[in-house]
Design a protein around this ligand. Structure first.
Ligand code: PEP
Ligand code: MN
Length: 366
């Protein structure tokens, strides 16, 4: 895979280096000039906020809902930039939007979750931006497909766009959950492991779907070393034409930002380093013990496989599996492990065991 080593660090995106994570705030959609100016005027009073966001062209799930004011909002955003000195971010979904944003000196572009799922749109936009160093934030696709996400990033990168960041907004849940979109933190973490130079920003508003969980999600993102947050903020959320449930007032946003703790990546304190390395050696040793035990378990599974094969007995024994799940879950829970974790772990082990026994059975047939 591409090494992505030309990606430009978020600290070098703008004229002024950032002195905190990148904070982006503003309404889901631009609705009226008054709404934009009043929201921006309040937001600009908080010096931590670097970028003002507003959607002009809204990709809505269903037709006959508010689809944004379109080009009409561009002069409003220009005013925000001139009057309040905020950088401006707008969502783009096609090369026409990109051209309009460049003509109107928009500072940051973002690609919405629905658009990222369409490689044709992404390719066209990436081509239309060839070698232009405007920051582009790429939301995760609606479905948890990390390759599709990386693919979109790669298309911009291959066209010489190097101020790139991933924008994590959660994934569509098939069943109702407390969140509008499930965070699935393991996916942005895997992205960080695969593309260590790529900045990752969190959009807690679209994960939460309600104002209630925004702070908790934001703090978690910062603790996971995300590079910034994009938080929907509206002068009067109740009257918002889109995403009214999840938008904060500028006052709520100020309070939230003042409560967030930006922890250090590491510490120079030698006492802390010693303790950490001590704990890490414990983890190292436990990991090897875990692998050793799993290997031993698998050897026994193989023996059972041979025995079943010899006696013509089926691999899958449901009562046994149910017994394993029941007894292990109970034990694991009493040791402080969550039911979800125990079930997932056992399912993985069971799948591998079945795989091993299937190999043994099919070999014995030859
Ligand atoms: C938005 O940021 O307002 C938006 C449309 O988000 P998403 O693409 O994440 O649904
Ligand atoms: Mn929105």
């Amino acid at each position: 895979m591409e090494s992505f080593d030309k990606i430009i660090s978020i600290n070098n995106w703008f004229d002024k280096p950032l002195d905190s994570p990148l904070y982006i705030a503003g309404p889901c959609s631009a609705e009226t000039e008054e709404q934009i100016i009043n929201t921006a005027s309040e937001i600009s009073k908080n010096s931590k906020i670097n970028v003002f966001r507003a959607g002009l062209w809204k990709p809505r799930t269903r037709p006959n809902t508010f689809e944004g004011v379109g080009n009409k909002g561009l002069p409003w955003l220009k005013k925000v930039k001139e009057k309040y000195g905020l950088l401006i971010a707008v969502e783009v979904a096609n090369p026409e939007h990109v051209a309009l944003c460049l003509e109107n000196n928009i500072d940051v572009l973002w690609i919405g979750a629905r658009t990222v799922s369409n490689p044709f749109s992404i390719q066209e936009m990436a081509k239309s931006l060839a070698n232009v160093q405007i920051p582009v934030l790429i939301k995760n696709p609606v479905n948890p497909d990390i390759d599709l996400w990386i693919g979109a990033i790669e298309r911009f990168y291959n066209n010489g766009v190097y101020k790139l960041a991933a924008l994590h907004r959660g994934f569509y849940p098939f069943e109702r959950t407390i969140f509008r979109n499930i965070p699935k933190w393991e996916i942005p973490i895997e992205l960080k492991i695969k593309l260590p130079l790529l900045p990752v920003i969190c959009d807690p508003s679209h994960i939460a779907g309600t104002t209630k969980f925004i702070e908790e999600i934001s703090q978690k993102a910062l603790d996971l070393n995300f590079d910034g947050l994009m938080i929907e903020t509206h002068i009067n959320p109740k009257q918002a034409l889109s995403d009214s449930q999840q938008q904060l007032t500028p006052k709520q946003l100020n309070e939230l930002l003042s409560r967030l703790i930006v922890r250090d990546v590491s510490s120079n304190d030698t006492e802390f380093s010693k303790l950490l390395s001590n704990y890490r050696s414990q983890i190292d040793s436990l990991d090897f013990q875990l692998l050793e035990l799993l290997a031993q378990r698998m050897k026994v599974v193989e023996k059972i496989g041979e025995y079943k094969s010899l006696n013509n007995v089926k691999i899958l024994q449901l009562p046994r599996w149910e017994n394993i799940i029941g007894t292990r879950t109970e034990y694991g829970k009493s040791r402080g492990l969550s039911e979800e974790f125990i079930t997932k772990l056992l399912q993985l082990v069971h799948k591998e065991s079945i795989q091993k026994q299937t190999e043994i059975m099919s070999k014995s047939k030859i």
